[in-house]
Design a binder for this molecule. Structure first.
Ligand SMILES: C[S@@+](CC[C@H](N)C(=O)[O-])C[C@H]1O[C@@H](n2cnc3c(N)ncnc32)[C@H](O)[C@@H]1O
Length: 568
């Protein structure tokens, strides 16, 4: 009988998601929406930055309050900076701000102030350069190129490989996968080992790659493959309400939102929905949310557009100050818009959801409920002949045909279903796609007969159910671990090692650099702390689920190193 361990039901119930970076700026509460400083109409206009220095580091909220009292309500200040920056559009205002603080004492330090002037365009380009350097982008120079249109800059930011032919992208990703494997081997060899167990990593002493590396598996679709998109609602450089992506990093000062029309990874259906939302917001009486002033109404639009044709739309607003009647009116109008008025644009919404979020974090959040305005709050996707129900917060691979190739390869490596009694542990299973598709494809008759009843789910964090690994029957155990970006808690890897009946672990990683500590714990020689025989990598393959972007999935098969087997 196959049995599947489900570690977390968050994809069904709705749990954690990464939140955008928080802004460092403080804002005044009552500004006119039409007069935002993010509106850039003339690139030759000047910007005046007041640098206030000699501030103790790690002092953000205190200095913000202090400067606000001195008539400087908006500053940029990071805890590690010993300075703050206030930006003005007029020289007079900047000079006044400088006068207000120059020579003043804050926490026993005498503040200094100076003004730096530049054009709007220089100001913007500097932020773009900074953002790119921070991301280690090689094309930072290119992005600073004044000949690049903002749309080209956005494409470089969101899909940095978009100008590279796809076969070149694949070669690059193949090399990246191999580089991660070599690094992992290098780190393993760096361990200071003195005990007799050090021979357990003799395999890592061999030159070259630590295991067989197969040729990268390409995405079946190169463009428009992203089923899930989260768009920001803000203003473009002309101050018009726009639904798209932020150009650059907000905390570095880039606040313009650009339409996704030129982005290769966004499907036409999602672009169409974003445009329809933009039309709606532009015609609305309510302003878009300003991330700096933390005012306004329209915040985020999320779309999930599946291969089945199902469409989920989630609209997030800041409702503070609107009052219940206005919010109800707005919800009714949204329902009418998305279910009736957009029909002529060939948009057939399956379910519409709504989130009210007054907090400062950007993007959809698990800290506020999501209300279902239309439909039942779910959509469906088909994958390897199985049908999955997806909620608004569910994790589901964003490239369905690519995920099919990944999971098929995983099933091949698991090598279940040739009559042997096997238990598959699908660790961090989310919606359960890996286990369920394998149950079907591996043992079709059995799956049909049982209606995939041979599955058992544990809706917990995997680290809270380590007992599952200890359960031992007479069957073979194969484990698949498909964790979040940063891997799993070391206790999970230690528990897998201690479960000596587990001989094979297929580790799927979307960020092999972050998962490297897990690989090390899995393969390092036995010690007081890390018990159980180690594993070693036997084969690996990259699977590209994100054409035109940097990441790809790296799947590694690890096998238990048994003493009777030569480790070399
Ligand atoms: C990369 S996804 C893989 C999901 C699954 N294989 C699928 O395709 O739907 C990682 C999953 O692990 C879940 N997760 C995150 N932290 C976890 C934890 N501590 N224990 C168990 N699962 C966790 C996430 O919610 C997410 O669903």
């Amino acid at each position: 009988m196959l049995k599947y361990a489900r570690s977390l039901l968050d994809s069904v119930l709705g749990r954690k998601r990464a939140l955008d970076e928080e802004p460092e700026s403080s804002g005044s509460a009552n500004e006119d929406y039409s007069n935002k400083k993010l509106k850039v109409e003339d690139d030759t206009k000047m910007v005046y930055k007041v640098y206030i220095s000699n501030i103790p580091t790690c002092t953000s909220s205190a200095i913000k309050k202090y400067l606000a009292d001195k008539g400087i309500p908006r500053i940029s200040k990071s805890p590690q900076w010993d300075y703050a920056i206030a930006t003005y559009k007029s020289k007079e205002e900047a000079e006044q701000a400088m006068k207000n603080v120059e020579g003043q004492k804050f926490k026993n330090k005498v503040l200094k102030a100076s003004i730096q002037e530049s054009t709007e365009e220089d100001h913007r380009n500097r932020f773009i350069n900074k953002a790119n350097k921070k991301k280690g982008k090689k094309n930072a120079e290119e992005d600073a190129d004044p000949n690049l249109t903002p749309a080209e800059r956005l494409a470089n930011q969101v899909t940095p490989l978009h100008k590279m032919p796809y076969d070149e992208q694949l070669k690059k990703k193949q090399r990246t996968g191999e580089h991660h494997l070599l690094n992992f081997k290098r780190e393993l060899n760096k361990l200071q080992l003195s005990g007799p167990e050090r021979h357990q990593i003799n395999w890592a002493k061999q030159p070259g790659l630590p295991c067989e590396v197969l040729e990268i598996i390409a995405s079946p679709e190169e463009e428009g493959y992203r089923t899930k998109c989260e768009f920001t609602i803000g203003k473009n450089f002309d101050g018009e309400a726009t639904v798209g992506f932020l150009l650059g990093l907000f905390r570095l000062g880039i606040v313009a939102v650009l339409e996704p029309s030129d982005l290769k990874n966004i499907p036409i259906s999602a672009k169409k929905i974003a445009k329809a939302m933009q039309d709606y917001v532009r015609a609305s009486d309510y302003p878009v949310y300003d991330r700096e002033a933390k005012e306004g109404v329209w915040r985020t639009l999320m779309t999930k557009t599946q291969r089945t044709g199902d469409i989920m739309i989630v609209v997030q607003i800041k409702s503070e100050g609107l009052g219940d009647d206005k919010v109800d009116e707005l919800k009714k109008d949204l329902i009418d818009y998305w279910t009736v008025r957009v029909k002529d644009q060939d948009i057939e919404v399956t379910t519409l959801l709504f989130q009210e979020w007054d907090g400062v974090s950007n993007g959809l959040t698990d800290r506020a409920p999501t209300q279902v305005l239309y439909g039942d709050g779910y959509i469906y996707e088909e994958l390897l002949g199985c049908r999955f129900r997806i909620s608004s917060s569910a994790f589901f691979q964003v490239n369905t045909p690519g995920a099919e190739l990944l999971y098929s390869k995983c099933a091949e490596w698991c090598n279940l279903g040739d009559g042997r009694k096997t238990t598959l542990l699908d660790i961090c299973c989310g919606t359960g796609t890996i286990g369920i598709t394998m149950a079907k494809s591996v043992d079709q008759a059995n799956a049909e007969r049982n209606g995939i009843k041979n599955v058992k789910y544990y809706a917990n964090k995997v680290e809270d159910r380590l007992d599952v690994f200890r359960r031992k029957g007479d069957e073979e155990i194969v484990a698949v671990l498909d964790p979040p970006r940063n891997g799993v808690h070391a206790s999970v890897i230690r528990a897998i090692r201690e479960a000596e009946h587990i001989d094979k672990l297929i580790y799927i990683s979307c960020d092999a650099k972050q998962a490297a500590p897990n690989f090390l714990t899995l393969c390092r020689p036995q010690s007081q702390r890390v018990k159980g025989l180690p594993f070693k990598p036997v084969r690996a393959v990259s699977v590209d689920l994100f054409p035109h972007s940097e990441p790809s999935e790296l799947m590694i098969e690890f096998a238990r190193v048994r003493p009777e087997e030569p480790e070399e």
